[in-house]
Design a protein around this ligand. Structure first.
Ligand code: CMP
Length: 138
């Protein structure tokens, strides 16, 4: 099934000059970039995007990091995109991520973990519209 999913290239990966390398991995896997923007997340946007994590012990650390510098938001489209992107990313904790995954290649720890991706069709639909309007999705 053709799906759309939201990805974020997080501030650690942007600062480390890894935007191009990460986008190239998606494209090499046959995923289409159908929307993209660079922005700095503020506390309000973080609360909207990460609303299911509000109140968790790692939330403050997550928001401090995610608002620390520019990130790249994009919508990827392709066959089985939601699950496929999650598998290309690897485990949240880079020490658990498989060889060749984006997090194994570029992440530092559970917070500075290079990328985010939607975890279900419901969250993809919601998260895409946190960052993009219909007119910005091609
Ligand atoms: P992400 O896919 O962006 O969604 C939620 C984020 O919270 C996750 O990636 C991690 O960066 C972060 N996260 C999840 N669990 C922990 C944890 N135990 N400690 C620190 N950060 C975490």
């Amino acid at each position: 099934m053709v799906e759309e999913t939201l990805i974020l290239i997080k501030p650690d990966a942007v600062a480390a000059n890894n935007i191009g390398k990460i986008l190239a991995i998606y494209e090499a896997n046959g995923l289409k970039i159908i929307a993209m923007r660079m922005l700095i997340m503020n506390d309000q946007l973080a609360a909207k995007h990460y609303k299911e994590h509000i109140g968790k012990p790692f939330y403050e650390k997550l928001v401090t990091f995610m608002t620390s510098g520019p990130l790249v938001a994009a919508v990827l489209k392709g066959d089985n995109a939601i699950e496929r992107v999650r598998s290309i990313h690897g485990a949240t904790d880079p020490t658990q991520a498989e060889a060749g995954t984006i997090r194994k290649l570029f992440a530092t720890d559970k917070t500075r973990n290079a990328v985010h991706a939607s975890d279900s069709a419901t969250s993809a639909k919601r998260e895409i519209h946190v960052f993009f309007s219909e007119a910005e999705i091609f």
